[in-house]
Design a protein around this ligand. Structure first.
Ligand code: GNR
Ligand code: NI
Length: 170
């Protein structure tokens, strides 16, 4: 269980398209553990592998509340099979864009196919926060960030602010 450093905007790694996981082996199981440790430490409710600099199609989610038992979920090679016509809006944030939040509208429900940590294929239906979080994470696998779903003016302001901050850090 290793907590990995998070990749922050405007690092171009966040724009990479992640590649398929070919085999669920010990390396992938270790990566899943590290993603969960990093997500819990942040803390966040989801994390894509590319956010720790590993552009593989894999993500973790835990929607349990503080004080509840943890419910870690691992999704490998997730594919959205269908989206509902109905849409809902959530205030989103991203561990790669710290302390910035904005409302994003997405399809309310999705049907998703993925591989679990046992290497078995599963199909699930997701609604509510799970649906939003899965769509946010799968966007990461395609190099897409939640700020790509807000107005261009807001997006450019956020990118400008984080670009300046990165220059000071460097
Ligand atoms: O911790 C997170 N919270 C969150 C809130 C609303 C919608 C999506 C998310 S995911 C985010 C963690 C993250 O950046 N995952 O990529
Ligand atoms: Ni994110």
């Amino acid at each position: 269980m290793t907590i990995k450093p998070l990749i922050i905007l405007p690092d171009p790694v966040l724009r990479q398209v992640s590649t398929k996981v070919e085999q669920v082996n010990d390396d992938i199981r270790t990566l899943a553990d590290d993603l969960l440790a990093t997500m819990y430490d942040a803390p966040g409710i989801g994390l894509a592998a590319v956010q720790v600099g590993v552009p593989k199609r894999m993500l973790v989610i835990d929607l349990s509340k503080e004080g509840e038992d943890k419910r870690p979920q691992v999704f490998i090679n997730p594919e959205i099979l269908s989206f509902s016509d109905e849409r809902s809006a959530y205030e989103e944030g991203c561990l790669s864009i710290p302390d910035y939040y904005a409302e994003v509208e997405r399809p309310s429900k999705i049907t998703l196919k993925h591989i679990n940590l046992d290497g078995r294929e599963e199909t699930i239906e997701a609604a509510g926060l799970l649906s939003t979080c899965l769509q946010h994470e799968i966007d990461h696998l395609n190099g897409v960030l939640f700020i790509d779903h807000i107005s261009r003016l807001k997006r450019e302001m956020v990118i400008k602010k984080f670009t300046k901050a990165a220059k000071i850090r460097a």
